[in-house]
Design a protein around this ligand. Sequence first.
Ligand SMILES: Nc1ncnc2c1ncn2[C@@H]1O[C@H](COP(=O)(O)OP(=O)(O)OP(=O)(O)O)[C@@H](O)[C@H]1O
Ligand SMILES: [Mg+2]
Length: 304
Amino acid sequence: MSTMTPPEIVCEDLVRIFTAEGVEVQALQGLNLTVEAGDLVALVGASGSGKSTLLTILSGLDRPTAGSARVAGHDLVALSARERQVYRRDTVGFVWQQTTRNLLPYLTAAENVALPMTLTPRRRPAAERRSRVAELLELLGVDHVADRRPAELSGGEQQRVAIATAVVNGPRVLLADEPTGELDEATSDEVLEAIRHMTTELGMTTLIVTHDPTVAAHVRRTVRIRDGRTATETLRRTAVDEHGRERHLHEEFAVIDKVGRLQLPREFVEALDLRERVRLGLAADHVRVSPHDLPGDDGDEEDR
Ligand SMILES: Nc1ncnc2c1ncn2[C@@H]1O[C@H](COP(=O)(O)OP(=O)(O)OP(=O)(O)O)[C@@H](O)[C@H]1O
Ligand SMILES: [Mg+2]
């Protein structure tokens, strides 16, 4: 989809290598990702595929080993320490999986939400801060717990208060790393719905990491990371069938990068025992990928 506004998140060939006890781990191996302004995108993938690594880079907490990342017009590789601090305070909001990491235990829900507003130089008057807190808690359906401390809240309530805290300074981008990881299915549905509502209501761009397979129902676009690279994308669209009924369609696409690389799904590779090299054939409307040694293949067969 092309729009006049530049994309809000652009990662190009992002690489992050960790060295732990002399062993190199390639957490990101040339990841490409573009997210348009105003979109809500889910990021899924097996444990260890690099999801948190990506989010930590986008949140300004970590730097890539190579490649580029731009968020809301900021080049994350070039930011100075001071700019990084301002970026983290004003441009991005985050929600972590561990409910305890998001909120201060000795402050009430309302005090937690109000806190980031007192940490910016453009400090609003106290009355305005109070009404902003009340407005957000109400939007998220947790106004009744305003005066309770985190320990007196359910997991879902804590995460909704955490979302309010993350967005109170009006960030352009919201990053959430498994915000529903510790919640049951019904509560997790509520929190995802709250994130979706916030994204539209506040005009943010949101990237949410999740293990939750039902998350696709809440978002238009799901990006799957495999081995530190973007592997496939699932787009959801609504279509009207021949009986005039609305149906939600989920279509999975492989992602192809600037230089034409794509990852074949593991099942395909295994089904045809594709190894080392494959034969490519260009047809009028598709590309054929076949095993190197097709029986009876004399090597110069072409798709016509
Ligand atoms: N600080 C670090 N030092 C060394 N290795 C790390 C570090 N952080 C992450 N890794 C490694 O990088 C890889 C990607 O980790 P990451 O946390 O991004 O995965 P993930 O997709 O978030 O997994 P999960 O779904 O389990 O949270 C893993 O192999 C992990 O062990
Ligand atoms: Mg993780």
